[in-house]
Design a protein around this ligand. Structure first.
Ligand code: F0G
Length: 465
């Protein structure tokens, strides 16, 4: 460990606390219960120690020094510095011993321009921050490195999560790296094979429960009450601290110039909460001088936040029975809804919902830019198109889509899309045919002859010059 890390560690243990988002009760960081002992609501990590007599400082450093230190670490070969999460450890809760950090060198994900998607959406500057380029293929790794490290430091033998697939893949990997056992609860038949196979490969005890995600969550809540198992869902406040770093990394990549909009998919609403928390903290620390608007997009069939905002002004959760082909966000009762509402209000962002056909089209459009993502990530582009039409996003605005999962997480969806099977036999079949057919490229089975292949090539050139 470097001297700098050691002094940051000492400072941070004094500065971060866990605070209940509802009743405000505070306790020292490091406690293992993820809910408030007083009222049962969610906890969040807060950093009262950042407020010093010399102004706001993290790890004892003011904004310019933080920017320099984080940049310098990009050339370091130390594990902590190579991680795109722990590189920013001054804005994370400190470990008692940094040697307990479990890292797969997560984060450091690319920012891509999306030229053809920009044209489709009608904006000039469109970027994708691709969190699907993380070690297990989703944004979950950035949060998992943080929470799994605290579980490891806390001496837990078992960690557990309920999941629509990505959390379980990520948790299983980090648990394995730490030598911990992992328990996965997933809704039977509702997660993709890619994600399920990851959990198995990393050695998780995997239970497919005969219920949906929300049902898995309820069962898990009871399991962790009764057994010494550490909960690694995004209700765990340390998960969100790790996930914050995607926003820090994004703004560093923009040289701390702030884009006008950041657009993120909404499922259990941990990620939008984490990214929003990062933006607010960066404002507090003077790293940025204004906030981007953070908007959350949901699938129409899993639109609890949209309904909550529209029907109650964000005051009371309206749970829904979730149904969408974007299985990662098939969630009806999002745990972090209060945190997400706070972020929407603080940044002036919007909520929007998109249809299954809109999701499928947007996914193909992102693929056509050579990037690719899983369906849940594509809601961002579909939502952006709507926000542009409504005038909320202006043509001249700069926009960043957070792509949360890798294309290879759900190859079934992509194959069905191109074969034209995705909406076959559903009420959306006709609409899908008219909107999606031009984008479909079904694989062809041909005789093994050059002539046949050349004919196909010539035909393709004629149809799409
Ligand atoms: N995109 C992907 C690819 C996801 O896997 C998830 C959530 C989300 C978006 C939504 O993020 O829940 O923070 O609002 N997946 C969780 C899981 C629920 O179990 O893998 P959120």
């Amino acid at each position: 460990m470097t001297d700098q890390a050691a002094s940051a560690s000492k400072l941070e243990t004094e500065v971060s606390q866990l605070r209940c988002i509802a009743c405000g009760v505070v306790r020292q960081s490091g406690a293992t219960n993820v809910r408030c002992a007083q009222c049962g609501d969610l906890l969040e990590v807060v950093y009262p120690g950042w407020r010093t007599s010399a102004g706001m400082r993290a790890g004892g450093l003011e904004a310019a020094a933080l920017k320099q230190l984080w940049r310098r670490r990009r050339t370091s070969c130390e594990a902590l510095d190579e991680s795109g999460v722990w590189r920013f450890r001054e804005v994370l809760p400190a470990m008692e011993d940094w040697a307990h950090v479990i890292t797969l060198r997560e984060g450091n994900t690319p920012l891509y321009e999306l030229p053809s998607c920009a044209r489709a959406a009608g904006v000039r500057q469109l970027y994708a921050k691709h969190q699907g380029m993380n070690p297990t293929g989703s944004f979950k790794d950035t949060g998992m490195t943080a929470a799994a490290s605290f579980a490891h430091e806390g001496g837990f033998r078992w960690v557990a999560c309920a999941s629509t697939g990505n959390t379980s893949a990520s948790m299983a990997a980090y648990a394995a790296r730490a030598g911990m056992r992992s328990l996965v609860l997933i809704p039977q038949g509702q997660i993709t094979w890619g994600k399920l196979s990851q959990a198995l490969d990393y050695g998780a005890v995997t239970c497919q429960l005969k219920t949906d995600f929300d049902g898995c969550m309820r069962v898990l809540d009871e399991v962790v009450q009764r057994m010494p198992v550490y909960l690694l869902n995004s209700v765990n406040p340390y998960r969100l601290e790790g996930q914050k770093t995607a926003a820090v990394e994004l703004l560093e990549r923009f040289e701390w110039q702030v884009p006008d909009h950041v657009i993120v998919p909404g499922g259990n609403l941990g990620n939008s909460s984490a990214l929003g928390k990062a933006l607010l903290e960066m404002m507090d620390l003077g790293l940025i001088s204004r906030l981007p608007k953070l908007s959350v997009i949901q699938a129409e069939g899993a639109n609890a936040l949209v309904r909550t905002m529209r029907e109650t002004g964000g005051k009371k959760l309206i749970p829904v029975h979730a149904e969408t082909m974007a299985t990662a966000i098939r969630i009806g009762s999002p745990a972090s809804w209060k945190k997400a509402v706070r972020v929407l209000e603080a940044t002036g962002g919007e909520v929007e919902q998109v249809s299954e056909v809109e999701i499928a089209l947007a996914k193909a459009e992102i693929g056509a830019d050579g990037i690719g993502c899983e369906p849940a990530s594509a809601v961002t582009l579909a939502g952006l198109k709507k926000l542009v039409k409504q005038g909320f996003v202006k043509k001249s605005d700069s926009v960043v889509l957070i792509l949360t999962g890798n294309l290879l997480k759900d190859p079934d969806f992509t194959l069905k899309f191109h074969r034209g099977d995705l909406f076959a036999g559903t009420p959306m079949e006709e609409e899908a045919e008219s909107v999606l057919t031009p984008r479909q490229r079904a694989p062809m089975v041909l005789d093994a002859s050059a002539n046949t292949v050349i004919k196909v090539l010539e035909h393709a050139e004629r149809v799409e010059p």
